[in-house]
Ligand binder design. Structure first.
Ligand SMILES: Cc1cc2nc3c(=O)[nH]c(=O)nc-3n(C[C@H](O)[C@H](O)[C@H](O)COP(=O)(O)OP(=O)(O)OC[C@H]3O[C@@H](n4cnc5c(N)ncnc54)[C@H](O)[C@@H]3O)c2cc1C
Ligand code: SF4
Length: 526
């Protein structure tokens, strides 16, 4: 005889909006209750972009509706419920009182901070709490740790090859499709004049999204970024539509122009799916499968399919593995001892450096910037300027719709700031104005000249680049991958070195320090 099942409470977090989530697969609609809560603390621990908050709240509300349509009981606590305690622990305790469950079932969270919180719930609630592994990733946290021990994941490239072998994606037996693991060398073309990227599908807000937009305008109107126009997909169906449109219209050229930048073109040939992947509307497996199918059908060249799949199967999984194996110490390191304040123009875009103004402008308007803008413009500047890692990390966490700490932190702390001493990348991605001039059209019409090294019109990236090498000589000069620039630096006359140091000090002193405009400060008071 089957024992009657007892009621379980299934907590679903805002980045767990996947029907196949580990903690939802065996849900019993006759007994179990899904709990979803909108917690103010999560919306304001950094001044998140208004579109990011609206996207997540609307996607959560739509997900709850989808579950209800299946006959599942969803206990949904909205942000403006007067009884909302605005903490996960507080809301769980209230829900336990309402539903008297025999236990709580969860899927592991994306953030170490929330993971820590969860460890105390069983004792605090006097109930069994089952935390299941998040199997939406190709590599579990345990798997990654094992691979690290076996020294198979020291560098992303080797980890990625291992993941290709394990999954069989873009493989012919043991051999990579196209005869190479990586086609990155083909993927560094600037955008040719006259090539216009296709318009992107955007989604008109429905009634649920409209009410969320009103809520965000009222409660978070002082946060960073424009709230409207709002065109993000907030349902799985719409996210799938956006994915299909990307694969049909952009993926064929994704590889070629992956590193290109162009003023006025916010998206180029990028997929714009990171918010959907990170909150669970799409899964990494289905995205890779669709890209691979387009390649197998002959619609997409190998450099595009491989380049795109590497970002998801390689980078996305790798940074997650680093995050979970290295936290919490990871966030504390500061290998280059960078201490400067984040310039205020990161929040306003008010700077004569056109590349920075363009990227920050895109970010304000869309809650999006593509990878090279993040890495080689706003990231590169923060690295060269020696900004304190925690300050630039807070900025990235706040301003992008896809920003969750597990993916943001390794990208900023490791890839951009080299604050982890090279755990993520073997050298800092430092570059002068010449790189930006080659890969973009930003320098045309800029107040500065990328060809001038010193003087009033010299591109700040030029002297800041050499100043960065000088300031970090003791730490970086022995890095074999930095040998070339350090050989050039060694030949530099002493007076030129001094002039670089002086120009950099003057320029950096002239940038407003970290002072988030008053309206961005985190004293919402509600
Ligand atoms: C400083 C910095 C901060 C970043 N912060 C985030 C973040 O908070 N959240 C986030 O999802 N990505 C982050 N990234 C990675 C990457 O820039 C974004 O994933 C990408 O720009 C999202 O746009 P897209 O969907 O159009 O990506 P595409 O260029 O179309 O790439 C496809 C997918 O690959 C994945 N991907 C690509 N590069 C990376 C990477 N380096 N790490 C992890 N996944 C990757 C994303 O899921 C992305 O959707 C950051 C990168 C840098 C350099
Ligand atoms: S000249 Fe320098 S500051 Fe101006 S857009 Fe080019 S790289 Fe940026």
């Amino acid at each position: 005889m089957n024992m009657p099942k007892t009621r379980q409470l299934r907590l679903v977090l805002g980045d767990q909006l996947t029907r196949g989530l580990a903690s939802l697969t065996d849900l019993d609609p006759a007994q179990d209750v899904v709990l979803m809560v909108e917690v103010a603390a999560e919306a304001q621990y950094v001044p998140h972009h208004k579109q990011k908050i609206a996207f997540l709240l609307s996607a959560m509300r739509h997900f709850a509706e989808t579950l209800r349509a299946e006959g599942i009981t969803v206990d949904y606590v909205p942000l403006d419920d007067p009884a909302n305690s605005h903490s996960f622990g507080g809301e769980l305790a209230r829900a336990v009182a309402r539903h008297a469950p025999s236990g709580i079932v969860l899927t592991e969270p994306g953030e170490w901070r929330v993971w820590q919180m969860m460890q105390g719930w069983a004792e605090a609630l006097s109930l069994p709490v089952e935390i299941r592994a998040d199997d939406r990733f190709f590599c579990t946290r345990g798997d990654f740790a094992t691979l690290t021990k076996a020294r198979k994941t020291g560098r992303m490239e080797f980890f990625y090859r291992e993941m290709r072998r394990r999954t069989g994606i873009l493989m012919q037996g043991q051999v990579p499709q196209g005869g190479q693991w990586n086609f990155d060398a083909d993927n560094r073309k600037p955008l040719p004049r006259g090539l216009r990227p296709p318009a992107r599908v955007r989604f008109a807000p429905d009634a649920i999204t409209r009410s969320v937009l009103d809520l965000v305008a009222t409660r978070f109107g002082h946060h960073f970024g424009d709230l409207e126009p709002f065109g993000w997909a907030v349902t799985r169906d719409a996210a799938l539509q956006a994915l299909d449109h990307f694969i049909a219209t952009c993926l064929p050229r994704f590889g070629d122009y992956q590193d290109a930048m162009k003023a006025g073109e916010d998206f180029l040939f990028h997929s714009l799916i990171s918010p959907y992947l990170n909150c669970g509307l799409l899964t990494a497996r289905e995205v890779c499968a669709r890209a691979e199918a387009a390649f197998q059908a002959g619609a997409v060249p190998i450099n595009a399919a491989e380049g795109f799949i590497r970002q998801i199967l390689g980078w996305r999984e790798f940074v997650r593995g680093i995050y979970w194996t290295e936290m919490p110490a990871y966030a504390q390191s500061n290998h280059l001892n960078a201490q400067r304040d984040l310039p205020g123009f990161y929040w306003t875009g008010d700077t004569p450096m056109r590349c920075m103004a363009e990227c920050i402008g895109t970010t304000r308007r869309t809650a999006y910037a593509h990878h090279i803008q993040r890495l080689m413009i706003t990231g590169n500047f923060a690295l060269l300027a020696g900004v304190a890692p925690a300050q630039i990390e807070d900025w990235y966490l706040a301003v992008y719709a896809d920003a969750f700490e597990w993916v943001e932190l390794p990208n900023v702390h490791g890839m951009v700031m080299h604050a982890d001493g090279g755990r993520l990348g073997s050298k800092p991605y430092a570059a002068s104005g010449a790189y930006i001039n080659r890969m973009s059209d930003y320098c045309t019409g800029c107040a500065f000249d990328p060809k001038q090294k010193l003087g009033a019109r010299a591109c700040p990236f030029n002297y800041l680049y050499w100043n960065f090498l000088i300031e970090n000589e003791a730490t970086l000069a022995r890095n074999p991958r930095m040998a070339l620039p350090y050989r050039t630096l060694a030949k530099m006359p002493a007076d030129q070195r001094q002039a670089i140091i002086h120009a950099s000090a003057q320029f950096l002193a002239g940038q407003a320090g970290w002072s988030p405009p008053a309206q961005l400060r985190l004293n919402d008071g509600w």
